[in-house]
Design a protein. Structure first.
Length: 345
């Protein structure tokens, strides 16, 4: 709500929740006129846009309902539980002629934009290597919410819910993927969750670049996350998230952007409570909503479309598949996904 309120011209007029009690408390707490239990009833009331903030397993139904009612839709990450679901969501929103955005607000961090712009304008060459290190702290209280930690409703663990933001940044910097090899395990939260609390992967890119991903929810306290890339000249740039929710440039040897701030990260600093982690991200969440509203108003694509969002999900789905079989997963996109969908329509 704080992010939605920060955007000029946005009025939140209705909320739907399968638990009508929750919908009523939410509307009462935030002065929202209408609460609904039925999504079609709410969308039938005539809205310009809707944001889907349900557990992951309900994202597809929410986005398909928005498409049915020709309502622009901004969906929370991960776009869906599977790539197949995400492709259906992309096709349905394209066929309905509505904008479909997916929330990846860390892409709006200045530190992340700086890396992407340096790659675009050539100050940082095509990355030949890179990585994600994501060390988070999640405990039994967090997993007490019944949908969390369950394969059917969360679809995965640290990769699907936390590190997907960082996998998204990595692929935003390094480009299309060629091959993924991964290993996942539940090493600490066994008995509490069905999904992985620990993951490691090697990602090979179409450019020839290679990156590693290491992620866990087993760190006490959490140590945040880092996404870094380096080019053939050895120029290196990295966005650090520490504490969780706060992103900054910790290393950059890109000409004109030199920074080294690794001393800012101190082991032993306490984790921010979850609500404060979200508070830190509100300005960037608001920027993404503002971008989505601009996309509707000016009839353009939002910064992060469904097609953009499916890329991190494809990598994560491949890590799960590789972990299950022990084999690498080859990516065989003859044409980029954007083109495939355009041709199908
Ligand atoms: N972008 C971010 O940084 C960020 C941060 C937090 C959560 N999220 C995402 O937001 C989503 C929700 O997470 P949360 O922590 O707020 O969950 P939550 O459990 O706190 O809230 C989910 C709400 O959805 C309701 N719900 C469940 N199924 C529904 C359905 N079919 N239709 C309508 N309502 C339904 C529940 O009753 C509940 O009130 C997740 O996908 C999560 O990944 C993103």
């Amino acid at each position: 709500m704080a992010a939605l309120r920060g955007v000029a011209g946005v009025q939140v007029v209705a909320v739907v929740d399968v638990d009508i009690g929750r919908a009523h408390s939410f509307t009462a707490a935030h002065g929202i006129p209408q609460a609904y239990q039925d999504v079609d009833e709410m969308l039938g009331s005539g809205l310009d846009a809707v944001t889907v903030c349900t557990p992951h397993s309900a994202h597809e139904a929410g986005v398909l309902a928005a498409a049915r009612h020709r309502t622009h839709v901004l969906c929370e990450k991960p776009v869906a539980l599977t790539v197949a679901q995400a492709q259906r969501m992309i096709a349905a929103t394209a066929a309905a002629g509505v904008r479909f955005g997916v929330l990846f607000q860390r892409r709006f961090w200045p530190a992340a934009i700086r890396i992407r712009r340096a790659i675009e304008d050539g100050r940082l060459g095509t990355p030949i290597c890179g990585g994600v290190v994501a060390r988070f702290n999640r405990d039994a209280d967090y997993y007490a919410e019944p949908w969390r930690g369950r394969a059917a409703t969360e679809g995965g663990g640290v990769l699907m819910t936390q590190a997907i933001h960082h996998v998204d940044l990595l692929q935003w910097f390094m480009g299309p993927v060629r091959r993924v090899t991964g290993r996942c395990a539940t090493l600490v939260h066994k008995g509490l969750i069905e999904v992985e609390d620990t993951a490691a992967a090697v990602v090979e890119f179409a450019s020839g670049g290679i990156a590693t991903i290491q992620a866990g929810t087993t760190f006490r306290p959490g140590l945040g996350a880092q996404v870094w890339v380096s080019d053939a000249q050895g120029r290196t740039a990295s966005v650090m998230e520490f504490p969780e929710g706060v992103g900054f440039t910790d290393i950059s040897t890109v000409p004109g952007q030199e920074v080294s701030q690794t001393g800012r990260v101190r082991a032993g600093a306490p984790d921010l409570p979850l609500a404060e982690i979200h508070d830190q991200l509100v300005p960037y969440h608001a920027q993404q909503i503002e971008d989505f509203v601009g996309a509707i108003r000016h009839d353009r694509e939002p910064e992060v479309t469904g097609l953009d969002a499916v890329k991190s999900l494809e990598i994560i789905e491949a890590i799960y598949a590789s972990s299950g079989t022990g084999a690498a997963v080859e990516f065989t996109h003859a044409v980029p996904p954007r083109e495939r969908v355009r041709r199908r329509l």
